[in-house]
Structures are given as C-alpha cells and as structure tokens.
Design a protein around this ligand. Structure first.
Ligand code: IPE
Ligand code: IPE
Ligand code: MG
Length: 259
C-alpha cells in the first residue's frame, strides 16, 4: 500500500523489520479495539510503583493514536479502566482518576493536531466530578474533529452495559415506545454505550493475556484477536503494524465457507 509521505516519515526507522508494502489498503480494520494491559508489570520490572506504570502507559496511547491516524483507521476504542478495577489499591485508583482528570487537557494539542474526536464509554456518571468535567470538556473541544473517533472505555464493564441496555429496552417497552417485534439486534445495539460505532474488526491485547476481562462482549462477536507479549508502555507504532499485517492474512468467514 502506498503510505502517504507523512506516514512514511512517521514509520521510517532504520531497524524497522517490517514490510510496509505488504499492507493492503482495502483490508484495514475499520474499528480497532485495544486492551492496554501490562502497566503494572512494566513498572515492577523497573522497580517503580504501579502508578508510574500508568503514567508511562500514556505514551503507549499517544503512539497508538498517532499511528492509527497515519494508517487512516477511523474508529479506535481503548480499555482504560474496568468496572472491576475499583478493587485495586486506593492509591492506584486515585492515580488513575487523577490522570483521567488532567490528561485530556494536556493532550489537547495532540488531539487537535491529529483531529481526534473523543468519545467515552462506560458508567461515566459514577466517576469523580473532576473526571466528568475533564471528559465533558474533551468532548466539547473535539466534537468537530473528523479524522478518527477515539472511544475511551472508563468505568466500563460489558456485562453491566448489556444489563443496562435490557433495562432501557424494558422501559421503552413499558412506555409503549418499543414494540416487541421491533426489538432486533440493531435496536439492542442502539442501547449500548457503543451506539453508532461499527462492530470491532480487530482486538489487540498486550502483555500476553488471553482473555477479554469484560470488554465489549457484544461488539466483538466477529472480531479477530491479536495478542502480543509487549507490555503496554512499550507498545510502538511497529507493534500496531505487526498486528495489522497479521489481521490482513486472516480469512474472515463470518460463518460462511470462505473463498
Ligand atoms: C493495564 O495495566 C491498565 C489498567 C488496568 C488501568 P495493569 O495495571 O493491569 O498492568 P498489569 O496487568 O498489572 O501488569
Ligand atoms: C483489563 O485489564 C482492563 C484494562 C486494561 C483497563 P486488567 O489487568 O484489569 O484485567 P485482568 O484483571 O488481568 O483480567
Ligand atoms: Mg492487567
């Protein structure tokens, strides 16, 4: 695939052992999801606190966003904090909340330069006020950006999302806004946090864990999985290209018999 000059410059590196010409323009994932895992282990390996690991993880996310933009991926969704992550030590949870409250504003130059439109999925209303304000401001400041939609999953749990959708549908049914015969997959998907986003094509998980950890159970029905041992703060633009090259070799059959 002929990458733009801009993208070529971004990806050029003397040690990059990647064949960029093998990338096929017509086979890019439209919606990429990433479970950003391994911050704690990254920190531990360096004798640092887990909180330092999360700070380092921001670098991984910057790298992922810029690389996705260069590759013209229109939808990117990342797992930043699960509903189960509240069970972590208070100091770690506090650090993460502080990062959510402060980083959006700090990253605004990058988000603007790359025309990143922010979106948030999860139970945002239960987050600390400062985090909610930061997210609201981020939404407002990026609402006209058109290059990529970046959805941050914060206080997100897929089972909770599905139960919430069921509750909303029952309410709509009770108030006669919904007829039973009109409840189909599309109507159901429209009550999920991911309303309006296409299904996931490719799911990447770092740090070598082979599980979903309550992420996007519905949306991932036909996604391809790519798992790498790389720890999240070390995730590079080349790791993204490796994942996409692997994805492009797959035959997505969607239950049919393929070519
Ligand atoms: C992922 O890294 C980030 C969050 C869950 C917020 P971890 O903190 O889970 O890192 P490990 O898995 O302990 O190495
Ligand atoms: C999943 O990672 C959540 C995020 C990356 C935000 P975890 O580290 O919380 O998942 P488990 O506990 O290993 O399944
Ligand atoms: Mg983890």
């Amino acid at each position: 695939m002929p990458l733009s000059t801009d993208a070529l410059a971004f990806f050029s590196h003397p040690d990059a052992d990647i064949d960029f010409s093998a990338l096929q323009a017509e086979l890019f994932p439209r919606h990429l999801a990433v479970i950003m895992d391994g911050n704690g282990r990254w920190a531990k390996a360096r004798g640092l606190s887990r909180s330092e690991g999360h700070k380092a993880g921001i670098r991984g996310l910057q790298e992922l966003v810029e690389a996705s933009v260069k590759l013209n991926i229109p939808y990117l969704t990342v797992y930043a904090f699960s509903t189960e992550n509240w069970s972590r030590p208070q100091i770690e949870v506090n650090t993460l909340m502080k990062l959510f409250a402060k980083e959006i504003e700090k990253q605004m130059p990058l988000l603007t330069k790359n025309q990143v439109k922010l979106n948030f999925i999860g139970d945002i209303e239960s987050l600390p006020k400062a985090v909610q304000q930061s997210f609201e401001q981020g939404l407002e400041q990026t609402k006209d950006h058109k290059q990529i939609t970046l959805s941050l999953a914060v206080n997100y749990g897929s089972r909770q999302e599905i139960v919430r959708a069921a509750q909303r549908l029952i309410q709509a049914y009770a108030s006669k806004d919904l007829l039973l015969e009109n409840l189909d997959e599309e109507a159901f998907a429209n009550e999920l946090f991911t309303k309006g986003l296409p299904d996931i094509d490719l799911l990447i998980r770092t740090s070598g864990e082979y599980r979903l950890s309550n992420f996007l159970l519905w949306q991932i029905a036909y996604a391809e999985f790519y798992i790498t041992d790389v720890l999240w703060p070390d995730f590079s633009r080349y790791d993204l290209v490796r994942a996409i090259l692997s994805y492009q070799k797959r035959e997505r059959r969607f239950g049919s018999i393929g070519a």
